[in-house]
Design a protein around this ligand. Structure first.
Ligand code: GUN
Length: 279
């Protein structure tokens, strides 16, 4: 019987730990504050931003919201970020992506002070991660490592195959698993004989953005499968990048969608905010 990895529970455990920490900080008259900026009113972004605010409330983090109109210029947004960088009462700055097309996301990410980059997207945060220095780590891959560790799944020396090479998940995921002493292979859309490689994996992490792409032919018996994907079909049913029902009897553990990796992203964002406040 496969272990169904309960991301909802682990996420709550982490948020409860952080809540206790934030309470202690408050007793020392120290408040943790996250500033969330949304430009325009993309409905998916509005839901994500709302969930981030709710998590802040739960943990006891003060959240400041900037809801800026779609027409906001890149310069205006950068000016706001520069002001927030200077404010000692703000510990974290998050600009919800995607941004409207007239704004260059890279320029915005680079405008955020690396000391407040709780998303872990700034080139300095990414660079620090890749050379093993302390810094903010992108929340979704950090959440995946927490799931593995809190279930006591050994990582050291294991064959870890990551499918997907995005800046936000695949690449930082590879760096983190290397840091945990796994043997890491990164596959992507141009990889030849994908199934041959994924079948080597003791730990298979999938972040390719294609619903139910990974079927049992891609999986070694007893593998641990982490599904970072999230898709909604015409009937509003959610699925991941892995065909869950097809692989279930072949894996030793798997993250469901929803309730696996998803809830971990926000928990790790809260973690980064508290870390930032304590730095
Ligand atoms: N859009 C979708 N996911 C994320 C995230 O983790 N951070 C930010 N800033 N935008 C997102």
């Amino acid at each position: 019987m496969a272990i169904i990895i309960d991301g909802k529970k682990i996420s709550k455990d982490i948020k409860d730990e952080l809540r206790a920490q934030v309470e202690l900080l408050k007793k020392k008259n120290f408040e943790v504050t996250l500033c969330v900026i949304q430009v325009g009113d993309d409905p998916a972004s509005t839901i994500y931003v709302r969930n981030k605010k709710k998590a802040c409330e739960y943990v006891g983090i003060k959240s400041l919201a900037y809801e800026l109109p779609e027409e906001t210029s890149q310069e205006q947004l950068i000016d706001i970020i520069h002001e927030l960088n200077e404010r000692p009462d703000i510990n974290g700055i998050l600009v919800q992506l995607p941004l409207p097309k007239h704004i260059d996301e890279d320029k915005i990410i680079q405008a955020i002070s690396p000391d407040k980059d709780v998303d872990g997207f700034h080139p300095q945060s990414v660079g620090r991660l890749s050379i093993g220095q302390k810094g903010f780590v992108s929340c979704t891959p950090a959440g995946v490592v927490q799931l593995l560790k809190r279930y006591n799944f050994p990582i050291e020396g294991k064959e870890c195959v990551i499918v997907g090479r995005s800046n936000i998940v695949g690449k930082p995921m590879a760096m983190l698993m290397l840091r945990e002493n796994a043997t890491v292979t990164v596959c992507h859309s141009r990889t030849k004989n994908l199934a041959e490689i994924t079948k080597r994996a003791d730990i298979l992490i999938v972040a390719i953005g294609k619903s139910k792409f990974i079927t049992r032919e891609y999986i070694k018996d007893g593998a641990i499968v982490i599904d970072v994907g999230m898709h909604r079909d015409e009937n509003n049913k959610l699925s991941g990048d892995v065909d869950y029902d097809d692989v279930l009897d072949k894996v030793s553990a798997i993250t469901p969608v929803p309730g696996g990796v998803g809830p971990m992203t926000i928990a790790m964002l809260m973690y980064n905010c508290v870390e930032s406040a304590m730095a």
